[in-house]
Write a protein that binds this ligand. Sequence first.
Ligand code: ACO
Length: 401
Amino acid sequence: VLDIRKLYGQSGKFTYDPGFTSTASCDSAITYIDGDEGVLLHRGYPIGQLAEHSSFMEVSYLLLNGELPNQDELANFTRTITRHTMVHEQLTKFYSGFRRDAHPMAVMCGVVGALSAFYHDSTDIADPQNRTISSHRLIAKIPTIAAMAYKYSVGQPFLYPRNDLSYTGNFLRMTFGVPAEEYEVIPEVERAMDRIFILHADHEQNASTSTVRLAGSSGANPFACIAAGIACLWGPAHGGANEAALNMLREIGTPDKIPHYIERAKDKNDPFRLMGFGHRVYKNYDPRATVMQKTVREVFDALKVNDPLFETALRLEEIALNDPYFIEKKLFPNVDFYSGIILSAIGFPTTMFTVLFALARTVGWVAQWNEMISDPGQKIGRPRQLYTGPTQRDYIPLDQR
Ligand code: ACO
């Protein structure tokens, strides 16, 4: 016989909140979201202002340290990150164990998880200095690891980091450059990419960040925790949505096909959803999508290209935003709706989209992990459940079943 008080504490009460739609798992001073008003602040600064005026290195410093850096602090931080961009040479051999056609996110899960085997000198998290060095290593090495995942997938040799370039310029060169040839970083593309990284840097307790915190709450090392975050991010309901959104736009193709797909998205017997639409927290326009839409035009102008899918996306947004179903359910474009169009114009294959998200989100994960570990009251995360299985019963020997 089940005694509910023994299971759920003396009061016999606990909260039941599948999907954590109304449960705060921690307090945090890093990121604020007002989903009804479409507001996103990092340490108090609006995302629109950061995307317009700041840089990814500066935002990384802000997320980690709580304040914007002065010039010296930014220069020192950038120098520190730059110093750690190389990966251990043996790590490069890890890649050849993967099939050439492996999804780069599968490679990322494996390689980032393996970092703890290469940098175990910084895995004792009780020492704050180790936490700092692991954090810097993760932020610095993730572009190198991501670029190598791309290079491996296309069968080209890896390029070593060039530390005279910016964080983002270096990443673009490691991805698209080839040995012995000068790679010219186009400033507008570098700026757009840097802005995309800013837009993805942190988003409070989303699924992957909660995963990083839960993994870290047991005292696991940060490399293992970030690998857990990458695994969670991969799903199409989360970071995988940018890949799925562009695939969907390609499937829709021309604006005349949009009504058909809108009807499918509304049909409860059809599993199809408009990818890049809707959000657990935003019940208004995602402020990141506004910046993203603007950035599409800037990249097109810089590269002198024009993808007709952008017109399809704009028209889809217009039709959805005037449709009673989307109005009633408060479904707006999210950050992923336009990002695929930009990334594709820059030259990334869709399989790399979520990798880029993981690259940028690493700084948020690291900041959130540090905040949690530095909290003296931190406890292991251990949700309860509502048990629905059989009550106690006696074991029946195999020959009697
Ligand atoms: N297209 C059509 N209908 C939708 C969509 C969509 N994209 N999103 C939600 N709905 C509907 C649901 O069918 C549901 O309808 P119902 O009330 O009749 O059952 C209602 O809106 C609420 O949807 P839920 O799935 O319950 O909302 P939840 O908060 O759990 O999901 C999510 C949010 C996962 C983002 C969802 O909107 C979705 O699947 N969107 C598409 C995937 C996507 O773009 N993900 C990226 C999120 S942003 C990010 O991770 C960076």
